[in-house]
Design a protein around this ligand. Structure first.
Ligand code: APR
Length: 240
């Protein structure tokens, strides 16, 4: 099966890769839903990762992100991230990488143009539309930091439940899904839309879809092949 997919990779003029939390599992990043340990085990992530939660409990949500940021800063890209970045460098313009992950590990592996559909946990932005007084060079430290004049808060620049995805990245991802000849779907449960819909689009537009995931997912239904392997093992074999 691996050899078949390697042949498809060689043939395809354009390849799209959609990654999810499983991509970073072997780096030691717990998936979003598995990330609740210790102090945080009493909270449901779906109740922390919303704008309403942040407005109601800004310090709690800020601290939860600080905890995840610290954990992510202590891990490294795995062989799967490295294989994807090396492929992009060897074949400029042939591969579009679309990720739901906010951990920045694709970027740290050297990927320069990953489409980060859910943002990046390392970045902040203003909670409310910034006024003239909201200057990034004059932020008051705190949990969360704020504008010392109007009190506008800084928040993690990730896409929370119920929020829109960044338009430019989503449009570029949809275009890649429509035009690719092969889509690799790596380490995602395929349950969160609109990201999961990209695999359906690719399939409807005639691309081959290949899943890399040790577990069964709903997207298997549109896949030509499912490789039941962990990403850090499988991607280097496929992309070498
Ligand atoms: N290699 C490949 N896949 C793996 C590995 C691995 N080593 N380990 C686990 N997986 C698979 C699991 O079988 C599962 O299907 O990764 C998937 C992880 O699923 P989720 O935790 O649901 O992650 P994801 O699909 O990325 O979630 C989508 O939902 O929580 C929100 O915004 C968050 O971006 C996230 C989105």
């Amino acid at each position: 099966m691996l050899e078949t997919v390697r042949g498809w990779i060689r043939e395809a003029r354009h390849i799209a890769v959609l990654t999810g939390a499983g991509m970073s599992a072997e780096s030691g990043v717990p998936t979003f839903r598995d990330a609740q340990t210790g102090l945080w085990s009493q909270f449901n992530p779906q109740e922390l990762a919303t704008e309403a939660a942040f407005r109601a409990h800004p310090q709690r949500v800020w601290d939860w992100y600080a905890h995840r940021r610290e954990m992510i800063a202590g891990v490294a890209p795995n062989a799967g991230h490295v294989a994807l970045a090396a492929f992009e460098q060897r074949h400029p313009g042939r591969l579009t990488l679309i990720t739901q992950n906010v951990d920045g590990l694709h970027q740290r592996a050297g990927h320069t143009n990953a489409l980060a559909l859910h943002g990046n946990i390392a970045d902040d932005r203003w909670l409310d539309a910034p006024r003239a007084c909201c200057r990034v060079d004059a932020i008051e430290a705190g949990r969360p930091p704020r504008c010392p004049v109007c009190g506008n808060l800084r928040r993690p620049a990730v896409v929370w439940f119920g929020e829109h995805l960044p338009t430019v990245a989503l449009e570029a991802a949809e275009q890649a899904a429509r035009h690719c000849e092969l889509m690799l779907v790596v380490g995602t449960s395929g349950e969160v839309y609109p990201a999961a819909g990209l695999a359906l689009t690719a399939h409807q537009c005639g691309a081959r879809v290949v899943i890399v995931n040790p577990e069964v997912t709903p997207l298997d239904a549109v896949a030509e092949l499912c490789l039941r392997q962990p990403a850090a093992l499988c991607l280097p074999l496929l992309l070498a």
